[in-house]
Write a protein that binds this ligand. Sequence first.
Ligand code: ATP
Ligand code: MG
Length: 394
Amino acid sequence: MNEQNILIVRCGEVALKGLNKPYFERMLVDRIKRNLREFDGVDVKRHEGLIYVRADKNLDMEKITRQISKVFGVASISPAVEAESNLDAIGEAAVEYMMNLIETKGIKTFKVQAKRADKNFPIKSPEIGRIIGAKILIGCKVLKVDVHEPDCLLYVDVRHDKSYIYMDKIQGFGGLPLGTNGKGMILLSGGIDSPVAAFMMAKRGMVLEAVHFHSYPYTSERAREKVEELAGIIASYTGRFKMHVINLLPIQEQIVQNCPEEETTILVRRFMMRIAEEIAKETDCMMLITGENLGQVASQTAEALVVTDSCVSKPIMRPLIGMDKIDIMDKAKEIGTYEKSIEPYEDCCTVFLPKHPTTKPKLEKIIQSESKLDVEGLVRAAVEKDEVVIIRGE
Ligand code: ATP
Ligand code: MG
């Protein structure tokens, strides 16, 4: 009987990383350890391309599994039992495992799927499967083999020093370990899209910092709290990060007073980008990230995106650019941000919303309108009042 519970954690793309593989694996182990920091009595080790998490029996395994499944780079997780790598020991462990399943899940049929990772093991995989299957039939009289639709598909993984028996594979998100792909500044609104964009970049290994714009007192204190809560859900995957909170109202007022009404939205967006870029420079963020999506609203037409891009020199990443709204919503549901995003609070973009926003802005005209404003001074004043909030995962 194992003293500790064991989880086998499989790496996704990390496994394809060739010569860099040890680096990615180390980063992944490090991230798993961080996500399990709150638990005493957990050990995380990598061995022969897999990661083994051993946890004291008294610990909440469901929570531990959930925490591991949130680590980017994890493809799947299996609760397993360990046995010495000989057929008697494996058979004994398999019988005990199945007895437990009969009791707790009432299973009646099974199939063994054996794999021999240790090619020096003297018996080939199909034969191992047959032998262990026979031992289970003798040890658990109520069970029958069903090769087509078994209640339990039992995996037997024979390795050099130890062997593992498991049945479930709990899916992770895949991706790459956080910290393996630079740092980016996500422009985070309270909407559905930007949290998904943040998640997608973080999933590819990018460390995040965020900026949120509000128009207090036109937007409420509660609207801002909602964004912090939304950021908290992202932090449950990424660990804590900083969010810069900026009041855009003074800039919006200048735009409304001095520029054509139909250009308000695109002008505001250019200011958002400039401010985000200034903060990105100070915080070593290599790129800006938005939840923009081709054609979704007036400010996201191809022409508008080009005009938005041209006011900054850092690249703007738009991971949702080609997705349909319905798919973005599904992703938001999957990662747990959707319910929070649809809470009805006002956004700074809806303050001073023009009746007929321009959908095909011309850069020369926009630059001409901006010449009526002290662009640099307004950006500087906004950045100087930057309020930094530390976002922690729930
Ligand atoms: P979202 O669902 O993310 O709010 P949206 O479809 O409402 O997106 P817009 O309001 O045009 O689209 O915003 C496009 C992108 O600009 C957002 O995804 C976000 O990255 C950024 N953005 C918009 N409003 C804000 C804000 N108040 N603070 C920070 N970023 C914002
Ligand atoms: Mg929005």
